[in-house]
Design a protein around this ligand. Sequence first.
Ligand SMILES: [Zn+2]
Ligand SMILES: [Zn+2]
Length: 270
Amino acid sequence: MKFKLTTVNDAHQPVIAKILKDLQQKKEKAVEIGNETLANDCWREAEALKLNIQYIKFFEKIKARKYRDAWQILERCEIKASFIEKNSSTEFFIKSRGVFIREKVCKWQSLFPYCMFFSPCFTVEYYTCSICGHKIRPRSRCSHVKGRIYNGDLCVHMAHGMSIKEVSLVSKPVQKYSVIHNDETLDFSLVDYLADLLENPFEDWDIVWTRMSFPIEMFSQLNPSAECPCKSGKNFEACCIKKQEVSIPHVDFVLSKKIPEGKAEIYFPY
Ligand SMILES: [Zn+2]
Ligand SMILES: [Zn+2]
């Protein structure tokens, strides 16, 4: 079945639910007749379609300035893309926009100002394999590999008897959804800037992180006890305040279309 999936509106077509339902039925039949290759193909098609829809939903959220929702969808895209990649040919992953989405997810994440997260630590009594139910112990494992698909189902290890041990604050979390910040206190101008420039989720774009130096006079309004613009983590007065120039992180947005007048200027946040 051919259909277009490029804009936010395309993601709301009723045909998509039908395609997903058909793939599910086709997969069940394939399992029944013992055709594992076909069952896995159905899983792959369905997951790639869901990944595209998820990325479009992210785009809708970011356009609507729903930063936290958008951030959480990005993480779901990241996880889904990694499972699809592990279980597909490179050709399929490129064709189904997996490579595009994986790359863009990582770049969007780098534009968000979130930097501190809660990280819960659990103790687990035991895990079981989602495919065969085997209780996994150090010397007793089944033949299924976590993250691989078998008969169109993803193998995961299910935790039993979980209890939370401690919660720590980290800057590089295993799971990115547990942001501790209050969005209202943060600067989302980089995310906003890009969201305004893009009309549809699959337009190509890139970012290049560099540094740019500005004369010290341009920072005369900055409170000496504020964080130094060079992002060293120190206070301005303990860092660059006596220098002639301050080198600050800078990002160039690269688009395949002309950047509108007024948007092409260098944004100086101080
Ligand atoms: Zn197993
Ligand atoms: Zn500095």
